[in-house]
Design a protein around this ligand. Structure first.
Ligand code: AMP
Length: 316
């Protein structure tokens, strides 16, 4: 499949690379890494990595604006299982569309799709593609891809870190001599205010009967800690391994956009199918959702509690 994708990349002079809305390090690093490796291999091509919100991951590179005739261009969608979450306009007008993703399958919307939901991250897939084709990487490109992979595995803690992941990382570390402590400081440095919010989240986590830990972060709380609306989500992975908690979620009021953003994680029960009922989705053990009222968020908590109950029963 990588060879087929490489052939398509070779064929088109203009290539736009997109990913999902609500950018995260894997989505951003995979699009920037793929753009840079294509440009490094084919300097005469026009290649654009697009989407909103990239500024907060400026250490992964800059995104582009494009004013091309997209009827002649190739679109590569990364890290996005469904069409409605692609952060790019008019995707059906492109000459040809390719999807590369590691989320569980949701729908087909591209001409060629490569999905490997056993892969840790889209960055791992891009690394694999580089090693399986004539795409030429540099140390800087591999640094970015490494950071995306590290972020999506939560520093190799999630079950998506397979022997394949470690094999790929080992190869990259050896071939490109990456400086891990230097790279981690970009990914994990955070303002003191966000750490203080983490304290608030621990103090205010409520736990349901069957082990759903949830924290409601209102607009007033965000303002009192002087943090932005993404902060609760940024901290969600830090609440793993709490004895009393199987599934945990941060419920953040986004007053400006009039929605409530929810980040969900699990140590066992499958959560993405539940998230899908609440305008969300994602991976089996790491999902997100969007609701408009706290009552809906409470219904989600109830559904998750029921999933925990069933999960606990299945272990008996
Ligand atoms: P997050 O909690 O934002 O880190 O997201 C965890 C996973 O869920 C990622 O794979 C996201 O792409 C996915 N996800 C987050 N929000 C949504 C949503 N509203 N709809 C579908 N998938 C989502």
């Amino acid at each position: 499949m990588y060879k087929k994708i490489f052939k398509a990349i070779k064929k088109y002079d203009t290539i736009v690379i997109a990913r999902h809305i609500g950018v995260d390090p894997d989505a951003m690093a995979s699009e920037v890494g793929l753009r840079d490796t294509i440009l490094n291999t084919f300097p005469q091509k026009k290649v654009y990595a697009v989407g909103a919100g990239g500024n907060k991951f400026a250490y992964l590179g800059k995104l582009d604006h494009y004013e091309e005739n997209i009827q002649d261009a190739l679109l590569i969608v990364l890290d996005t299982p469904d069409k409605k979450r692609v952060d790019c306009a008019n995707i059906d007008q492109f000459a040809y569309k390719i999807k590369i993703d590691h989320h569980p399958y949701v729908e087909t919307f591209c001409d060629m799709e490569y999905i490997n939901d056993k892969s840790s991250s889209t960055c791992e897939l891009i690394m694999e593609m580089i090693y399986s084709t004539h795409l030429q990487a540099t140390k800087e490109i591999m640094e970015k891809l490494f950071l995306g992979l590290v972020s999506d595995t939560n520093r190799f803690m999630f079950s998506n870190s397979t022997s394949n992941t470690f094999g790929m990382v080992s190869k990259v570390l050896k071939d490109y001599q990456l400086d891990i402590p230097k790279l981690y400081s970009n990914l994990y440095m955070r303002p003191l205010q966000e750490v203080k919010l983490q304290g608030y989240m621990s103090q205010n986590m409520k736990i349901t009967e069957n082990g759903v830990g949830y924290i409601k972060i209102t607009d007033d709380v965000l303002n009192s800690f002087q943090v932005d609306v993404a902060s609760g989500g940024n901290l969600i992975n830090n609440f793993n391994y709490i004895e009393e908690v199987l599934v945990w979620l941060a419920i953040t009021e986004d007053k400006k956009n009039n929605i409530i953003k929810i980040n969900i994680r699990s140590r066992g029960p499958i959560i993405n199918t539940i998230a899908e009922k609440y305008n969300g989705g994602g991976h089996q053990l790491a999902s997100g959702a969007k609701v408009t009222t706290m009552e809906e968020a409470d219904c989600l908590i109830e559904d998750l509690d029921y999933a925990c109950q069933k999960y606990l029963e299945s272990l008996e």
